[in-house]
Design a protein around this ligand. Sequence first.
Ligand SMILES: [Mn+2]
Length: 333
Amino acid sequence: MQSYDIIGDVHGSLDKLTDLLHALDYVGEIPSHRDGRQAVFVGDLIDRGPGPAQLAIVRLVKAMVAQGSAIAVMGNHEFNALAFATPVHDGSRHYCRSHLKPHNREKHAEFLSLSDDEREECYQFFYTMPLWAELDGVRVIHACWHQATIGAVAQRLGGNTLRGPDDIRAASNHVDPLFGDVELLLKGPEVHVRHLTGHPFIDKDGTPRDNARLRWWKSVGERLIEFVELGDPGKHPEGFDFTHLENLPFTNPLAYDSTIPVVFGHYWRQRHHHDPSWAPHLDDSYSDVTACVDFSAGGNGPLVAYRFNAGDTRILPENYVVGSLVTPSSASN
Ligand SMILES: [Mn+2]
């Protein structure tokens, strides 16, 4: 049986990645583990960090995958990069991810600063990244494991990868079922918070948003407030009405109901108040069978891995490995 080190969203933090691989005992120019463990990346290798660091990360992961020391599933940022590069039809000046929205460009600017050849090299690798991975005793996906949706996508694509521009076009077309399905797997479910509170909420970047992410991996809880990712309560606008969320009974329709452990990223877990250790917290980040490994490495958080050992049948909090917090060249990202 195989053992895995499942690594969270890197988001251009090259120093945090090299430090964490070292801490996990991966050695060599193209890192590999002497006991044959495999690194598994949950996606979102790119964006946020400097362009050259993003390219170096993609090349490093690509080389590890080629030599068999790593597996890398696709994140929404890789999907978005492909959609940004794919015209809605051949010859069109309109793209599957609009170039006209400032938000789409700004978040992606460092990647776009790479040369045409460098970006093309990245796109070719992104197309090889599966949307999910069913491994030896553990499942890995970027945002949300939902079995019925995975079944539908597998049937549609005849596998677990997007095969080329036509699949990107279908997955970017709001009236195509593939759009909502890929959204759920790579971006996760959301709740319309403005509808419920009368106000947008302010996300981790200070951007007002109508929709908040749902903690699909939680099955325990009775009120909506326990299931939505609202970021820092202190940043919400005056008049933001938490009581609606606190009073609303809620049962999670997407709660994970398998006994096979699943590890995922995407959710920008934050340091728990008063806890300098960055220890993951039961209610928010993992359960017996689900574990989030994204602790905001793309911001000021650490890169985190979960060590899944051959034969494990449940998530064990002591198997989290928290990387070093800040290194000089990534401190400003
Ligand atoms: Mn993500």
